[in-house]
Design a protein around this ligand. Structure first.
Ligand code: HPA
Length: 274
């Protein structure tokens, strides 16, 4: 279904009525197994997706399906514990619906995290990657359909979706913490099957460094409505065909668990600098 401005305002209004005057500024979308940061929010107000009109629920493993509002490192945040994916049956517009609602609520910055397969053979599973750009050219846009000019223009520029200033800040934060931070291009594949080895070779030729099933739709919508974006990938596994072993969801969740401290330290350091 295509949503109108009225839908977005209804969702935002329902959430606002729960926030008692609190205004979030930074939205965080936390991916597979990385939702724990939402549990660390101070003075939390949690709103379940199912209680927000027009919101979809996230069914993916390791995704709680709620928004947590409050403060982290002194910043007013809105944390999405669990995101929606196209492979769950949602349209791209539905996948990114929450981003626009958070924009209406006051967020001007989006921090996205995900777990993804490592396409580069010279990197390792467990590494963290700052997203510099993405490739999502083989599936339709979340902006398809009638444009809503209140959010942005019909043909938005996508030259700097991952805000250069924030990328610089992330590298500084990582350097201060002594956390090695790769940077590279996120190659979007819609899943839910993991890629074939041939698809991974294709992604590599096309310039992808990591491959995953999320993030790009939300970032396109965030850029459209003028938000600054910072994106991090946990390279949870070597992509298909690199190692002689099958890919599994358990491997992804185990990697997320193992990266917990590193990941939360980095995000927190970025929040302090924002
Ligand atoms: N491919 C796609 N999505 C993923 C992967 C992968 O290898 N790992 C975690 N999410």
């Amino acid at each position: 279904m295509t949503h109108t401005m009225e839908h977005y305002h209804q969702s935002a209004g329902a959430i606002r009525s729960r926030l008692g005057g609190f205004t979030p500024k930074i939205a965080l979308i936390l991916g597979s197994g990385l939702g724990f940061l939402g549990d660390e929010v101070e003075n939390p107000i949690a709103v379940d997706y199912k209680d927000i009109p027009h919101f979809k629920t996230s069914t993916a493993p390791g995704h709680k399906g709620r928004l947590v509002f409050g403060t982290l490192e002194g910043q007013n945040v809105a944390v999405m514990q669990g995101r929606m994916h196209h492979y769950e049956g949602y349209s791209y517009e539905e996948v990114a619906y929450a981003v626009r609602v958070l924009r209406l609520l006051g967020c001007d910055t989006l921090i996205v995290t995900n777990a993804a397969g490592c396409v580069r053979t010279d990197w390792q599973a467990g590494d963290l990657m700052l997203i510099t750009d993405h490739i999502k050219m083989f599936s339709e846009s979340p902006l398809r359909g009638e444009n809503l000019p209140e959010f942005g223009p019909r043909f938005p520029d996508a030259s700097h979706l991952y805000t250069p200033r924030l990328r610089q800040l992330a590298h500084e934060a990582a350097g201060e913490l002594g956390i090695p931070l790769r940077e590279g291009v996120y190659f979007y594949c819609y899943g839910p099957q993991y890629e074939t080895p041939a698809e991974i070779r294709a992604a590599r030729i096309l310039g992808g460094d990591a491959v995953g099933m999320s993030t790009a739709p939300e970032v396109i919508v965030a850029g459209h409505c003028g938000m600054e974006v910072l994106g991090f990938t946990l390279l949870s596994n070597m992509a298909a065909g690199i190692l002689d072993q099958p890919l599994s969801e358990q491997e992804v969740l185990d990697a997320a668990e193992a990266a917990r401290e590193k990941f939360s330290g980095l995000i927190r350091a970025c929040l302090r600098k924002l």
